[in-house]
Design a protein around this ligand. Structure first.
Ligand code: BG6
Length: 484
């Protein structure tokens, strides 16, 4: 394998993210990508766990969320890579065990391996955890140390800047991997290949031909058991500040000079800078709508309202829906609306980006042309992965009007594809040291610069929540977005 052996430290190993994503991803990578078998995974838990308990946790995680295939890669072989340790972040002395573990590892190895610290922990533990990492002797003179940190990165612009400053005391920008798992999704990666790997689309990709763009991140699930997290974040910080703006940047960015991570990220930064800021409270109210779900029926099942969820205030004003109209003040996009719609407990799970083109300039087909369907390109990210181009054709028969059809590229039709989930792809990139699919400090700060004014505007306002029933498309919006 081209990837050198590693020590992968999961802080919060017994948490939700680790169970649902990290452990299944690591297993798949060992199974499919043939990672170096000597590698070691250090599994941290807040409270002490017996080894057998950890093993059960891992087994459980693979059975529920992974692709356990004993004949291809035996569970025992995977479990053997794990060593557990525990510690409460408020008592750093508890982490001497971690230090000792690493010293022992170092004694048996002749060289220092790359060490990856994955912070799979609530935001309030990040700084205390950093203090612990700084004291780890294994890191001294280790040129190959990496830090992985989950979104939301900070809680606003000021805290993100502070966090970036703290991180930079011990890690260089090249060593910091800020995860936004949307960037690891196949169809999301395909946006740049589709745009810049063809010559027939890019000439149309501008205000001259594009009428508007719609980005939808609609979920049927509620907040699951994450009331504490969600009350602090809401949809603005959970989805818009990161996933939604990243998608927007990939659609809108210019051609980068090459495919290196910084070149791509530089272009995205320019988009964030060009997103038109709202200057008055009236402008915000005109262009942004928030919502919160009431009880209702989602896919045949009766569900609670947001305010009835566990660990949620009975009069909570936390938004679970966002509808917004943005403009990008650039030569390419001036005047083209970019709509973002995202929410929990909506009618359907669908994540997609739809580019709508302008109508043909003249009406050749008489009256029926007024009903001509607009050309559109849809990147379906979830649940199906596909790219569809909608065009109009004459349908066989005696009718003389254009009939809409779809040209589809469907991932499920590909044979022999290596199907990596977002986390698998991103963790593999961390091992390889490729930062293209990770957010950079300046990008994170600009995204907060866009979101902060919205958060403060709405936190000072009376919001008539709940304002949409679960299982619908959210509160009424001023614009009519496409619903499949
Ligand atoms: C996470 C959010 O980042 O993304 C969750 O914290 C959300 O609230 C999830 O449910 C959606 O991810 P996906 O991959 O299912 O679209």
């Amino acid at each position: 394998s081209s990837i050198s052996p590693f020590i992968f430290v999961i802080f919060g190993g017994d948490g939700n993210l680790s169970k649902k994503k990290l452990i299944p991803a690591l297993y798949t990578l060992f199974k499919l990508q043939g990672l170096n078998e000597k590698s070691i995974i250090l599994f941290h838990s807040l409270n002490p766990l017996e080894k057998i308990e950890m093993n059960n946790f891992i087994k459980n995680s693979l059975e529920s969320f992974g692709t356990l295939q004993e004949e291809q890669y035996p569970l025992d072989r995977f479990l053997n890579k794990f060593i557990n340790f525990s510690g409460d972040f408020n008592s750093p002395e508890n982490f001497t065990h971690l230090n000792n573990l690493l010293c022992n590892i170092q004694d048996t190895l002749k060289e220092k391996w790359q060490i990856i610290f994955y912070l799979s922990i609530p935001p309030e533990f990040i700084l205390p955890c950093l203090k612990i990492i700084e004291k780890i002797k294994y890191c001294e003179n280790n040129e190959d140390k990496k830090l992985v940190i989950e979104k939301p990165f900070g809680n606003n612009l000021a805290s993100a800047k502070f966090l970036n400053k703290e991180l930079s005391k011990f890690f260089s920008e090249k060593e910091i991997y800020r995860i936004d798992h949307y960037l690891g999704k196949e169809t999301v990666q395909n946006i740049l290949f589709f745009r810049f790997g063809n010559s027939i689309f890019e000439p149309l990709w501008s205000r001259e031909y594009v009428d508007h763009v719609e980005i939808t991140i609609s979920e049927t699930i509620g907040i699951e058991k994450r009331g504490l997290f969600y009350e602090k974040n809401g949809i603005l910080k959970d989805i818009i500040q990161n996933h939604a703006l990243q998608l927007l940047a990939l659609v809108a960015m210019e051609y980068p000079p090459n495919f290196q991570s910084d070149s791509i990220r530089d272009e995205k930064i320019k988009v964030f800078k060009s997103i038109k800021r709202f200057l008055t409270p009236e402008q915000i109210d005109e262009n942004i709508i928030l919502g919160q779900y009431d009880s209702g029926i989602v896919q045949g099942e009766r569900v609670l309202s947001y305010r009835e969820e566990e660990n949620v205030e009975s009069h909570s004003n936390t938004p679970t829906f966002f509808g917004g109209k943005f403009e990008i003040e650039s030569w390419r996009w001036s005047g083209v609306p970019f709509y973002i719609r995202a929410g929990k407990r909506l009618k359907k799970k669908v994540t997609e980006i739809a580019i709508f083109f302008k109508n043909p300039p003249l009406n050749l087909f008489g009256k029926s042309c007024s009903q001509i369907a607009p050309n559109k390109i849809i990147f379906s990210i979830q649940p199906e992965e596909k790219i569809e181009i909608f065009v109009n054709m004459k349908y066989p028969g005696d009718k003389n009007y254009p009939h809409p059809i779809k040209l589809t590229f469907d991932y499920s039709s590909l044979e022999n594809r290596l199907n990596l989930t977002a986390y698998e792809r991103l963790i593999l990139d961390i091992f390889k040291g490729d930062q293209s699919l990770f957010a950079r400090q300046d990008g994170i700060e600009l995204m907060w610069d866009i979101i902060d004014p919205l958060v403060s505007h709405f936190s000072n306002k009376f919001l008539d929540f709940p304002n949409y029933s679960s299982g619908t498309w959210g509160p009424k919006q001023r614009w009519n977005l496409y619903e499949d």
